[in-house]
Design a protein around this ligand. Structure first.
Ligand code: PLP
Length: 459
Protein backbone atom coordinates (compact mmCIF):
# COMPACT_ATOMS: atom_id res chain seq x y z
CA UNK A 1 0.00 0.00 0.00
CA UNK A 2 2.85 2.35 0.92
CA UNK A 3 4.43 1.74 -2.49
CA UNK A 4 1.19 2.54 -4.31
CA UNK A 5 0.83 5.73 -2.29
CA UNK A 6 4.36 6.85 -2.94
CA UNK A 7 4.23 6.18 -6.69
CA UNK A 8 0.78 7.69 -6.91
CA UNK A 9 2.00 10.96 -5.46
CA UNK A 10 4.93 11.08 -7.87
CA UNK A 11 2.77 10.07 -10.83
CA UNK A 12 0.33 12.89 -10.12
CA UNK A 13 3.19 15.36 -9.93
CA UNK A 14 5.53 14.26 -12.72
CA UNK A 15 3.61 12.21 -15.24
CA UNK A 16 1.39 13.69 -17.95
CA UNK A 17 -0.64 10.64 -18.96
CA UNK A 18 -1.63 9.93 -22.56
CA UNK A 19 -5.37 9.74 -23.31
CA UNK A 20 -6.40 10.15 -19.68
CA UNK A 21 -8.79 12.47 -17.81
CA UNK A 22 -6.18 14.90 -16.49
CA UNK A 23 -8.15 16.18 -13.55
CA UNK A 24 -9.09 12.74 -12.26
CA UNK A 25 -5.49 11.59 -12.43
CA UNK A 26 -4.19 14.76 -10.83
CA UNK A 27 -6.68 14.54 -7.99
CA UNK A 28 -6.84 10.78 -7.42
CA UNK A 29 -3.70 9.35 -9.02
CA UNK A 30 -3.62 6.35 -11.36
CA UNK A 31 -6.24 3.59 -11.18
CA UNK A 32 -3.66 0.82 -11.12
CA UNK A 33 0.10 0.30 -11.13
CA UNK A 34 1.12 -2.80 -13.06
CA UNK A 35 4.12 -4.78 -11.93
CA UNK A 36 4.47 -7.81 -14.20
CA UNK A 37 2.76 -9.91 -16.81
CA UNK A 38 2.55 -13.57 -17.69
CA UNK A 39 0.45 -15.12 -20.44
CA UNK A 40 -2.92 -13.40 -20.54
CA UNK A 41 -2.52 -12.06 -17.01
CA UNK A 42 -1.18 -8.87 -15.49
CA UNK A 43 -0.32 -8.41 -11.82
CA UNK A 44 -0.40 -5.08 -10.01
CA UNK A 45 1.88 -3.74 -7.26
CA UNK A 46 -0.13 -5.62 -4.66
CA UNK A 47 -0.08 -8.90 -6.55
CA UNK A 48 -3.70 -8.68 -7.69
CA UNK A 49 -4.23 -10.69 -10.88
CA UNK A 50 -6.07 -9.33 -13.93
CA UNK A 51 -7.08 -10.91 -17.22
CA UNK A 52 -5.60 -8.54 -19.79
CA UNK A 53 -8.86 -8.49 -21.72
CA UNK A 54 -7.67 -5.76 -24.10
CA UNK A 55 -4.21 -7.23 -24.76
CA UNK A 56 -3.13 -3.98 -23.02
CA UNK A 57 -3.69 -1.51 -25.90
CA UNK A 58 -4.95 -4.08 -28.45
CA UNK A 59 -1.35 -5.11 -29.00
CA UNK A 60 0.04 -7.85 -26.75
CA UNK A 61 -1.03 -10.61 -29.14
CA UNK A 62 1.39 -13.32 -27.92
CA UNK A 63 0.69 -12.56 -24.25
CA UNK A 64 3.05 -11.30 -21.56
CA UNK A 65 6.34 -12.50 -20.14
CA UNK A 66 7.92 -14.26 -23.13
CA UNK A 67 11.53 -14.92 -22.21
CA UNK A 68 12.40 -15.82 -25.84
CA UNK A 69 11.71 -12.26 -26.87
CA UNK A 70 13.90 -10.86 -24.11
CA UNK A 71 16.73 -13.17 -25.21
CA UNK A 72 16.49 -12.11 -28.86
CA UNK A 73 16.47 -8.42 -27.86
CA UNK A 74 19.51 -8.90 -25.62
CA UNK A 75 21.41 -10.76 -28.31
CA UNK A 76 20.65 -8.09 -30.92
CA UNK A 77 21.53 -5.20 -28.61
CA UNK A 78 24.85 -6.82 -27.85
CA UNK A 79 25.59 -7.42 -31.54
CA UNK A 80 24.14 -4.38 -33.30
CA UNK A 81 21.67 -2.42 -31.18
CA UNK A 82 21.11 0.21 -33.81
CA UNK A 83 21.87 0.92 -37.39
CA UNK A 84 19.82 3.02 -39.80
CA UNK A 85 18.37 2.52 -43.26
CA UNK A 86 18.85 6.00 -44.75
CA UNK A 87 20.90 6.62 -47.90
CA UNK A 88 21.01 2.96 -48.97
CA UNK A 89 22.40 1.59 -45.69
CA UNK A 90 20.85 -1.70 -44.68
CA UNK A 91 21.26 -4.66 -42.31
CA UNK A 92 20.13 -8.27 -42.04
CA UNK A 93 17.26 -7.83 -39.58
CA UNK A 94 15.34 -5.23 -41.58
CA UNK A 95 15.61 -7.34 -44.72
CA UNK A 96 14.57 -10.53 -42.91
CA UNK A 97 11.54 -8.84 -41.39
CA UNK A 98 10.49 -7.18 -44.66
CA UNK A 99 10.68 -10.56 -46.40
CA UNK A 100 8.72 -12.23 -43.60
CA UNK A 101 5.96 -9.61 -43.67
CA UNK A 102 5.76 -9.99 -47.47
CA UNK A 103 5.35 -13.75 -47.06
CA UNK A 104 2.28 -13.44 -44.81
CA UNK A 105 0.72 -10.30 -46.34
CA UNK A 106 -2.05 -10.74 -48.92
CA UNK A 107 -1.60 -10.33 -52.67
CA UNK A 108 1.50 -8.49 -53.85
CA UNK A 109 1.87 -6.40 -50.68
CA UNK A 110 5.54 -7.21 -50.62
CA UNK A 111 7.47 -4.02 -49.95
CA UNK A 112 7.86 -2.58 -46.48
CA UNK A 113 9.12 0.59 -44.81
CA UNK A 114 9.23 0.44 -41.03
CA UNK A 115 8.28 3.07 -38.46
CA UNK A 116 7.95 3.20 -34.67
CA UNK A 117 4.18 2.89 -34.40
CA UNK A 118 0.73 3.19 -35.90
CA UNK A 119 0.48 6.97 -36.29
CA UNK A 120 3.86 7.13 -38.01
CA UNK A 121 2.77 4.31 -40.31
CA UNK A 122 -0.36 6.17 -41.33
CA UNK A 123 1.55 9.43 -41.78
CA UNK A 124 3.93 7.51 -44.02
CA UNK A 125 1.07 6.05 -46.04
CA UNK A 126 -0.49 9.50 -46.53
CA UNK A 127 2.76 11.06 -47.68
CA UNK A 128 3.53 8.07 -49.85
CA UNK A 129 0.24 8.24 -51.77
CA UNK A 130 0.66 11.97 -52.29
CA UNK A 131 4.23 11.42 -53.46
CA UNK A 132 3.01 8.75 -55.87
CA UNK A 133 0.45 11.04 -57.48
CA UNK A 134 3.01 13.83 -57.67
CA UNK A 135 5.37 11.50 -59.52
CA UNK A 136 2.51 10.70 -61.86
CA UNK A 137 2.01 14.39 -62.56
CA UNK A 138 -1.27 14.57 -60.63
CA UNK A 139 -0.38 16.74 -57.60
CA UNK A 140 -3.99 17.87 -57.11
CA UNK A 141 -4.92 14.29 -56.23
CA UNK A 142 -3.93 14.68 -52.60
CA UNK A 143 -6.89 14.37 -50.21
CA UNK A 144 -7.36 11.44 -47.88
CA UNK A 145 -10.84 10.04 -47.32
CA UNK A 146 -11.48 8.31 -44.00
CA UNK A 147 -14.55 7.43 -41.97
CA UNK A 148 -16.26 8.77 -38.88
CA UNK A 149 -15.42 6.72 -35.81
CA UNK A 150 -12.17 5.68 -37.50
CA UNK A 151 -9.01 5.87 -35.40
CA UNK A 152 -5.72 6.31 -37.20
CA UNK A 153 -3.55 7.86 -34.51
CA UNK A 154 -2.79 11.26 -33.04
CA UNK A 155 0.06 12.82 -35.00
CA UNK A 156 -1.09 15.71 -37.19
CA UNK A 157 -1.98 13.84 -40.36
CA UNK A 158 -3.24 10.81 -38.48
CA UNK A 159 -5.49 13.07 -36.39
CA UNK A 160 -6.79 14.52 -39.64
CA UNK A 161 -7.87 11.06 -40.71
CA UNK A 162 -9.18 10.04 -37.28
CA UNK A 163 -12.94 10.41 -37.12
CA UNK A 164 -13.52 10.42 -33.35
CA UNK A 165 -14.52 13.89 -32.16
CA UNK A 166 -12.52 14.02 -28.91
CA UNK A 167 -9.23 13.36 -30.72
CA UNK A 168 -10.06 15.77 -33.53
CA UNK A 169 -11.08 18.60 -31.25
CA UNK A 170 -8.48 18.58 -28.46
CA UNK A 171 -6.11 20.94 -30.28
CA UNK A 172 -8.70 23.12 -31.98
CA UNK A 173 -9.32 23.29 -35.73
CA UNK A 174 -7.49 20.80 -37.97
CA UNK A 175 -3.83 21.71 -38.45
CA UNK A 176 -3.56 19.73 -41.67
CA UNK A 177 -5.95 20.22 -44.54
CA UNK A 178 -7.16 17.69 -47.04
CA UNK A 179 -8.82 15.10 -44.83
CA UNK A 180 -12.42 14.29 -45.68
CA UNK A 181 -14.80 11.90 -43.97
CA UNK A 182 -17.62 9.55 -44.86
CA UNK A 183 -20.03 7.55 -42.74
CA UNK A 184 -18.95 4.41 -40.88
CA UNK A 185 -20.71 1.10 -41.68
CA UNK A 186 -22.24 1.05 -38.22
CA UNK A 187 -25.45 -0.77 -39.04
CA UNK A 188 -26.82 -0.99 -35.50
CA UNK A 189 -26.82 2.80 -35.26
CA UNK A 190 -27.73 3.57 -38.84
CA UNK A 191 -30.30 6.33 -38.53
CA UNK A 192 -30.89 7.13 -42.15
CA UNK A 193 -32.06 3.75 -43.34
CA UNK A 194 -33.78 1.57 -40.77
CA UNK A 195 -34.28 -1.35 -41.04
CA UNK A 196 -30.64 -2.20 -41.56
CA UNK A 197 -29.40 -1.70 -45.10
CA UNK A 198 -26.34 -3.93 -44.94
CA UNK A 199 -23.96 -1.02 -45.20
CA UNK A 200 -25.37 0.39 -48.45
CA UNK A 201 -25.80 3.84 -46.95
CA UNK A 202 -22.18 3.85 -45.77
CA UNK A 203 -21.12 3.00 -49.32
CA UNK A 204 -23.39 5.76 -50.66
CA UNK A 205 -21.80 8.15 -48.19
CA UNK A 206 -18.34 7.37 -49.59
CA UNK A 207 -19.64 7.84 -53.13
CA UNK A 208 -21.27 11.13 -52.23
CA UNK A 209 -18.07 12.49 -50.70
CA UNK A 210 -16.09 11.41 -53.77
CA UNK A 211 -18.58 13.11 -56.11
CA UNK A 212 -18.74 16.27 -54.01
CA UNK A 213 -14.97 16.64 -53.72
CA UNK A 214 -14.13 15.26 -57.16
CA UNK A 215 -12.11 12.04 -57.54
CA UNK A 216 -9.35 14.05 -59.20
CA UNK A 217 -8.69 15.63 -55.78
CA UNK A 218 -8.60 12.40 -53.73
CA UNK A 219 -5.51 10.23 -53.42
CA UNK A 220 -6.68 7.45 -51.14
CA UNK A 221 -9.26 5.96 -48.83
CA UNK A 222 -8.07 4.66 -45.48
CA UNK A 223 -10.15 2.02 -43.70
CA UNK A 224 -9.67 -0.11 -40.63
CA UNK A 225 -10.92 -3.63 -41.41
CA UNK A 226 -12.66 -3.35 -38.03
CA UNK A 227 -12.97 0.08 -36.44
CA UNK A 228 -11.42 -0.74 -33.08
CA UNK A 229 -11.28 2.41 -30.98
CA UNK A 230 -14.50 3.52 -32.69
CA UNK A 231 -16.33 0.71 -30.86
CA UNK A 232 -15.26 -2.48 -32.68
CA UNK A 233 -17.42 -1.80 -35.71
CA UNK A 234 -17.38 -4.88 -37.91
CA UNK A 235 -18.50 -3.97 -41.44
CA UNK A 236 -21.28 -5.99 -43.06
CA UNK A 237 -20.34 -8.74 -45.49
CA UNK A 238 -19.31 -7.36 -48.86
CA UNK A 239 -18.72 -3.78 -47.68
CA UNK A 240 -14.93 -3.89 -48.11
CA UNK A 241 -15.23 -5.41 -51.57
CA UNK A 242 -17.43 -2.47 -52.54
CA UNK A 243 -14.86 -0.02 -51.15
CA UNK A 244 -12.21 -1.81 -53.23
CA UNK A 245 -14.41 -1.47 -56.33
CA UNK A 246 -14.94 2.23 -55.65
CA UNK A 247 -11.17 2.72 -55.40
CA UNK A 248 -10.67 0.92 -58.71
CA UNK A 249 -13.48 2.86 -60.37
CA UNK A 250 -12.29 6.31 -59.26
CA UNK A 251 -8.54 5.72 -59.34
CA UNK A 252 -8.02 5.97 -55.56
CA UNK A 253 -5.51 3.95 -53.60
CA UNK A 254 -6.90 1.78 -50.82
CA UNK A 255 -5.05 1.91 -47.50
CA UNK A 256 -5.97 -0.74 -44.93
CA UNK A 257 -5.10 0.38 -41.42
CA UNK A 258 -4.25 -3.03 -39.93
CA UNK A 259 -2.71 -1.59 -36.78
CA UNK A 260 -5.16 -3.51 -34.57
CA UNK A 261 -6.42 -6.15 -36.98
CA UNK A 262 -2.99 -7.23 -38.25
CA UNK A 263 -1.02 -10.16 -36.89
CA UNK A 264 -3.72 -12.64 -36.18
CA UNK A 265 -6.39 -10.65 -34.38
CA UNK A 266 -9.31 -11.56 -36.61
CA UNK A 267 -8.31 -15.17 -37.23
CA UNK A 268 -6.15 -14.51 -40.29
CA UNK A 269 -2.80 -12.78 -40.45
CA UNK A 270 -4.54 -9.59 -41.62
CA UNK A 271 -8.09 -8.35 -41.22
CA UNK A 272 -8.55 -7.74 -44.94
CA UNK A 273 -8.00 -11.47 -45.55
CA UNK A 274 -11.34 -12.07 -43.82
CA UNK A 275 -12.85 -9.84 -46.49
CA UNK A 276 -10.95 -11.37 -49.40
CA UNK A 277 -9.76 -7.91 -50.34
CA UNK A 278 -6.22 -6.84 -51.19
CA UNK A 279 -5.55 -3.15 -50.51
CA UNK A 280 -2.78 -1.20 -52.24
CA UNK A 281 -1.19 -0.27 -48.94
CA UNK A 282 -1.38 -1.73 -45.47
CA UNK A 283 -0.26 0.00 -42.29
CA UNK A 284 0.79 -2.10 -39.31
CA UNK A 285 2.11 -1.69 -35.75
CA UNK A 286 1.01 -3.09 -32.35
CA UNK A 287 0.84 -6.88 -32.99
CA UNK A 288 3.95 -6.88 -35.19
CA UNK A 289 5.98 -6.97 -31.96
CA UNK A 290 3.09 -7.66 -29.57
CA UNK A 291 4.11 -4.43 -27.85
CA UNK A 292 7.43 -5.83 -26.59
CA UNK A 293 9.20 -2.99 -28.40
CA UNK A 294 7.84 -0.12 -30.54
CA UNK A 295 7.59 -0.90 -34.26
CA UNK A 296 5.22 -0.17 -37.12
CA UNK A 297 5.35 -0.30 -40.86
CA UNK A 298 3.79 0.60 -44.15
CA UNK A 299 3.50 -2.27 -46.60
CA UNK A 300 2.93 -1.40 -50.24
CA UNK A 301 2.19 -3.43 -53.33
CA UNK A 302 4.99 -4.46 -55.62
CA UNK A 303 3.11 -2.69 -58.42
CA UNK A 304 3.10 0.62 -56.54
CA UNK A 305 6.74 0.22 -55.63
CA UNK A 306 7.77 -0.47 -59.23
CA UNK A 307 5.76 2.48 -60.50
CA UNK A 308 7.45 4.81 -58.01
CA UNK A 309 10.85 3.44 -58.95
CA UNK A 310 10.14 3.84 -62.65
CA UNK A 311 8.87 7.39 -62.20
CA UNK A 312 11.91 8.44 -60.14
CA UNK A 313 15.36 9.17 -61.50
CA UNK A 314 18.75 8.08 -60.08
CA UNK A 315 19.19 11.13 -57.86
CA UNK A 316 15.60 11.68 -56.68
CA UNK A 317 15.33 10.97 -52.97
CA UNK A 318 12.26 9.44 -51.34
CA UNK A 319 12.55 12.11 -48.68
CA UNK A 320 10.68 10.39 -45.90
CA UNK A 321 11.85 8.13 -43.09
CA UNK A 322 12.40 8.07 -39.35
CA UNK A 323 15.58 7.60 -37.34
CA UNK A 324 14.09 4.36 -36.09
CA UNK A 325 12.77 3.07 -39.45
CA UNK A 326 13.94 -0.54 -39.44
CA UNK A 327 15.52 -0.47 -35.97
CA UNK A 328 17.52 -3.74 -35.82
CA UNK A 329 16.47 -4.69 -32.29
CA UNK A 330 12.81 -3.95 -33.02
CA UNK A 331 13.01 -5.98 -36.25
CA UNK A 332 14.65 -8.92 -34.43
CA UNK A 333 11.90 -8.84 -31.80
CA UNK A 334 9.23 -8.72 -34.53
CA UNK A 335 10.76 -11.75 -36.24
CA UNK A 336 10.66 -13.74 -33.00
CA UNK A 337 7.12 -12.55 -32.29
CA UNK A 338 5.93 -13.75 -35.70
CA UNK A 339 7.78 -17.04 -35.22
CA UNK A 340 5.94 -17.59 -31.92
CA UNK A 341 2.63 -16.80 -33.63
CA UNK A 342 3.41 -19.33 -36.34
CA UNK A 343 4.57 -22.05 -33.96
CA UNK A 344 1.61 -21.64 -31.64
CA UNK A 345 -0.83 -21.10 -34.51
CA UNK A 346 -2.22 -17.98 -32.87
CA UNK A 347 -4.19 -16.65 -35.87
CA UNK A 348 -5.84 -20.08 -36.07
CA UNK A 349 -6.57 -19.97 -32.34
CA UNK A 350 -8.36 -16.63 -32.84
CA UNK A 351 -10.30 -18.14 -35.72
CA UNK A 352 -11.25 -21.27 -33.81
CA UNK A 353 -12.34 -19.40 -30.68
CA UNK A 354 -14.38 -16.78 -32.56
CA UNK A 355 -17.62 -18.76 -32.33
CA UNK A 356 -17.23 -19.65 -28.65
CA UNK A 357 -16.43 -16.05 -27.71
CA UNK A 358 -19.35 -14.75 -29.77
CA UNK A 359 -21.83 -17.23 -28.26
CA UNK A 360 -20.79 -16.17 -24.77
CA UNK A 361 -21.26 -12.50 -25.62
CA UNK A 362 -24.64 -13.19 -27.24
CA UNK A 363 -25.69 -15.04 -24.07
CA UNK A 364 -24.80 -11.96 -22.00
CA UNK A 365 -26.87 -9.85 -24.39
CA UNK A 366 -29.86 -12.21 -24.10
CA UNK A 367 -29.76 -12.25 -20.32
CA UNK A 368 -29.16 -8.54 -19.80
CA UNK A 369 -31.73 -5.79 -20.25
CA UNK A 370 -29.01 -3.23 -21.02
CA UNK A 371 -26.95 -4.99 -23.71
CA UNK A 372 -28.36 -4.03 -27.09
CA UNK A 373 -25.71 -5.19 -29.52
CA UNK A 374 -22.72 -7.50 -29.89
CA UNK A 375 -20.00 -6.90 -32.47
CA UNK A 376 -17.11 -9.32 -32.90
CA UNK A 377 -14.76 -11.11 -35.22
CA UNK A 378 -11.88 -13.39 -34.24
CA UNK A 379 -10.76 -12.24 -30.80
CA UNK A 380 -11.93 -8.64 -30.90
CA UNK A 381 -15.38 -7.82 -29.63
CA UNK A 382 -17.67 -5.27 -28.04
CA UNK A 383 -21.01 -4.90 -26.31
CA UNK A 384 -23.15 -1.80 -26.67
CA UNK A 385 -25.33 -0.70 -23.77
CA UNK A 386 -28.80 0.75 -24.29
CA UNK A 387 -31.58 1.99 -22.08
CA UNK A 388 -34.19 0.26 -24.21
CA UNK A 389 -33.42 -2.69 -26.43
CA UNK A 390 -36.40 -2.23 -28.79
CA UNK A 391 -35.88 1.44 -29.54
CA UNK A 392 -32.06 1.19 -29.09
CA UNK A 393 -32.36 4.33 -26.97
CA UNK A 394 -28.95 5.18 -25.59
CA UNK A 395 -28.27 6.02 -21.96
CA UNK A 396 -27.62 9.62 -21.08
CA UNK A 397 -23.83 10.06 -21.35
CA UNK A 398 -23.76 11.27 -17.73
CA UNK A 399 -24.77 7.75 -16.62
CA UNK A 400 -21.34 6.56 -17.87
CA UNK A 401 -22.61 3.01 -18.22
CA UNK A 402 -19.65 1.55 -20.13
CA UNK A 403 -17.24 3.25 -17.74
CA UNK A 404 -19.07 1.72 -14.78
CA UNK A 405 -18.95 -1.73 -16.35
CA UNK A 406 -15.23 -1.20 -16.97
CA UNK A 407 -14.74 -0.27 -13.30
CA UNK A 408 -16.77 -3.19 -12.04
CA UNK A 409 -14.81 -5.61 -14.26
CA UNK A 410 -11.50 -4.09 -13.16
CA UNK A 411 -12.48 -4.61 -9.52
CA UNK A 412 -13.16 -8.27 -10.36
CA UNK A 413 -9.86 -8.71 -12.21
CA UNK A 414 -10.71 -8.10 -15.85
CA UNK A 415 -9.36 -5.27 -17.99
CA UNK A 416 -11.61 -4.03 -20.79
CA UNK A 417 -12.01 -0.65 -22.56
CA UNK A 418 -14.97 1.70 -22.17
CA UNK A 419 -15.74 3.63 -25.36
CA UNK A 420 -18.18 6.52 -25.23
CA UNK A 421 -18.56 8.29 -28.58
CA UNK A 422 -21.52 10.35 -29.74
CA UNK A 423 -23.96 9.03 -27.15
CA UNK A 424 -22.97 5.40 -27.62
CA UNK A 425 -21.78 3.37 -24.68
CA UNK A 426 -19.56 0.47 -25.63
CA UNK A 427 -17.25 -1.92 -23.83
CA UNK A 428 -14.49 -3.53 -25.89
CA UNK A 429 -12.51 -6.74 -25.46
CA UNK A 430 -9.42 -7.86 -27.34
CA UNK A 431 -7.55 -10.49 -25.30
CA UNK A 432 -4.11 -11.93 -26.12
CA UNK A 433 -4.35 -14.50 -28.92
CA UNK A 434 -2.92 -17.31 -26.80
CA UNK A 435 -6.03 -17.26 -24.61
CA UNK A 436 -7.69 -20.66 -24.06
CA UNK A 437 -11.38 -21.58 -24.10
CA UNK A 438 -11.38 -21.88 -20.29
CA UNK A 439 -9.83 -18.45 -19.93
CA UNK A 440 -12.45 -17.00 -22.29
CA UNK A 441 -15.10 -18.52 -20.03
CA UNK A 442 -13.50 -16.77 -17.05
CA UNK A 443 -13.45 -13.48 -18.97
CA UNK A 444 -17.11 -13.86 -19.95
CA UNK A 445 -18.15 -14.71 -16.39
CA UNK A 446 -16.53 -11.58 -14.99
CA UNK A 447 -18.01 -9.51 -17.79
CA UNK A 448 -21.49 -10.89 -17.15
CA UNK A 449 -21.24 -10.27 -13.39
CA UNK A 450 -20.06 -6.72 -14.04
CA UNK A 451 -22.85 -5.97 -16.52
CA UNK A 452 -25.36 -7.39 -14.04
CA UNK A 453 -24.03 -5.28 -11.19
CA UNK A 454 -24.27 -2.07 -13.21
CA UNK A 455 -27.65 -3.00 -14.63
CA UNK A 456 -29.08 -3.57 -11.13
CA UNK A 457 -27.80 -0.22 -9.96
CA UNK A 458 -29.40 1.48 -12.94
CA UNK A 459 -32.86 -0.04 -12.37
N1 PLP B 1 -4.45 2.93 -36.24
C1 PLP B 1 -5.25 2.18 -35.46
C2 PLP B 1 -6.32 1.35 -36.08
C3 PLP B 1 -5.08 2.19 -34.07
O1 PLP B 1 -5.91 1.50 -33.30
C4 PLP B 1 -4.04 2.97 -33.53
C5 PLP B 1 -3.82 2.99 -32.07
O2 PLP B 1 -4.60 2.52 -31.30
C6 PLP B 1 -3.24 3.72 -34.38
C7 PLP B 1 -3.47 3.67 -35.73
C8 PLP B 1 -2.16 4.61 -33.84
O3 PLP B 1 -1.10 3.83 -33.39
P1 PLP B 1 -0.01 4.45 -32.39
O4 PLP B 1 -0.71 4.71 -31.11
O5 PLP B 1 1.01 3.34 -32.31
O6 PLP B 1 0.54 5.66 -33.03
Amino acid sequence: MERVKSYSEKDRKYHLHPTTPLKANFEQGPTVFMERGEGIYLYDFEGKKYIDGLASLWNVNIGHGRKEIAEVAKEQIEKLAYSHSFNRFSHDKVVQLAEKVASIAPGDLNVCQFTSGGSESNESAFKLVRHYFQLKGMPAKNKILSRYRGYHGVSLGATGATGIPAFRQMAGPPMVEGFIHAKAPYCYRCESCQPECNGECAIDSILNVIREEGPETIAAIIVEPIQGAGGVIVPPQGYMKKVREICNQYGLLMIADEVITGFGRTGKWFGMQREDVVPDIMTVAKGITSGYIPLGGVVISEKLHREMVDLSDQSKVFAHGFTYSGHPTACAVAMKNIEIMEEEKLPENAYNLEGFFREGLEAIKESSPIVGNVMSRGLIASLEFVQDKDSKKAFDPSAQVAQRVFESALKRGLITRAIAIDHTDIIAMCPPLNITKEQISDLLQILEDSVQEVSKKLS
